[in-house]
Design a protein around this ligand. Structure first.
Ligand SMILES: Nc1ncnc2c1ncn2[C@@H]1O[C@H](COP(=O)(O)OP(=O)(O)OP(=O)(O)O)[C@@H](O)[C@H]1O
Ligand SMILES: [Mg+2]
Length: 166
């Protein structure tokens, strides 16, 4: 197996609080990898760095050989990240949310993939309503669909057991 995600000497502080202290990890292709730690251990911070939402202080991460900073386009294409916090734009329907998210990856006509995801995640009958009208577990399922619209090679789930996934 070759390496999917290589994490080297990652440090991150928020003011005086050191959230990540010299993190090194190798995650191989085909591997199911679980990052376990108590609340505040820094799991979401590390996932945030991977997804480009949090700036690391030092260290290097490569995803399928691409550096997350210098090769950020390739990195974003190969990653699908399901965040811990639920956030949606309330003005768009479930289907529009997925269409807009496809657009971030330059995918224009993604109807087949979106229909496939809505079906797989049992959201077809909710496609034309707003995310506010979804139950908590359904919102989590929409977050999963969002992470998969561009067919990423690697999927990262932050707290996958939250929200009663079925
Ligand atoms: N934006 C921020 N500003 C300041 N401190 C932060 C910020 N984000 C996280 N922290 C702090 O960094 C530490 C790590 O938080 P993080 O969210 O990465 O932990 P976690 O392992 O994901 O926890 P949980 O299991 O509760 O999700 C915590 O002490 C948290 O208070
Ligand atoms: Mg977290």
């Amino acid at each position: 197996m070759s390496t999917a995600i290589k994490i080297r000497e990652i440090n991150k502080s928020y003011g005086n609080l050191q959230a990540l202290d010299d993190i090194n990890l190798d995650i191989e292709k085909g591997e199911f990898f679980a990052l376990l730690g108590p609340n505040g251990a820094g799991k979401s911070t590390l996932i945030g760095i991977l997804g480009g939402l949090v700036h690391k202080d030092s260290g290097k991460i490569t995803v399928l050989g691409n550096d997350i900073i210098s090769d950020y386009r390739e990195t974003k294409k190969s990653l699908g990240i399901v965040p811990q916090e639920i956030t949606f734009d309330p003005y768009f329907t479930v289907r529009e949310t997925l269409e807009i998210h496809s657009g971030y990856f330059g995918i224009k006509n993604n109807t087949d993939k979106i229909n496939e995801l809505l079906d797989a995640l049992s959201l077809t009958d909710k496609a034309e309503i707003g995310p506010r009208q979804l139950s908590g577990g359904m919102k989590r399922r929409l977050l999963i669909a969002k992470a998969l619209v561009h067919d990423p090679e690697i999927i990262v789930l932050d707290e996958p057991t939250a929200g009663n996934l079925e």
